[in-house]
Design a binder for this molecule. Sequence first.
Ligand code: GUN
Length: 313
Amino acid sequence: MSARSLDGIATAARIRAELGDRIARFTAAAGRPPALGIVLAGDDPASQIYVSSKLRTAGDAGCRAELFRLPADASLDETLAVVARLNADDTFDGILVQSPLPKGMGRDAEQRVFDTVSPAKDVDGFHAQNVGLLVQKRARLVACTPAGVMQLLAREGITLAGKRAVVIGRSDIVGKPMALLLLHEDATVTICHSRTPDVAAIASDADVLVAAVGRPAYVTPAYVKPGATVIDVGINRVDDAALVAGWYPEGHPRRQVFEKKQSLVIGDVHPAVWDVAGAVTPVPGGVGPLTIAMLLANTVTAAEARAGLLATR
Ligand code: GUN
């Protein structure tokens, strides 16, 4: 392991600390703290963990954070009704509907929900209006995970102008906004996806490689240029002992974690990449904490903008 570890925990803590003043100023001016409403439908275990972490982080930072739960068999209309209530409630500045929604809500449920969230309260940056503003490099509310990656790169002194950046994954939540943000910093950006032939050949040309595939250890050393910066967006829970044994030698601390918990959270990046890359975000402790810090930042920004505390644009 020779790559530098890009510490998302420390950077996220710094971002949260910097928001302290803005939260205090907003609270004094508005007579209430910035407020975030989170809608969680169903009982996906990973979503429950993410949502509790989001609620705790917002509460600890001095915001008001409330959870609105719906059963797994809730209808899309019921979910849209909760969003409409939060849109109309002036005491909420931000609304987040946790993805994925239960499959029973139908294929286009997420898009319908994201379209319903008021753009001014869209702390996920998923509404078409905010996505359009992002394309034009004038978004105020940007998808949290890509925004967090940009913060990490900037604060770690990793410059992008003139660099080759490759994003593996084309989701609306990560891949597409990530590519736009890298482009706005003057990187030359390529997006690879499930139909791209020979992803390794393209990825191994990248100075900055972002893996947002959702497949454990997908990015092997063959995908990585020596010295490149590798950003691992993947959070994959693995319970197959043989896979874990193939990634980590006997006695490795991660093997011990697996033996204790009988499962392990693995990123999209293979552990052997650390021997090739110049810098890598660990999983856990890399991009994950930044996503939550940027949700807090977006909540504060939405609150300030709604209260007329930001210059109009
Ligand atoms: N599920 C995984 N990541 C996210 C996110 O950034 N926002 C929402 N709403 N759901 C998610």
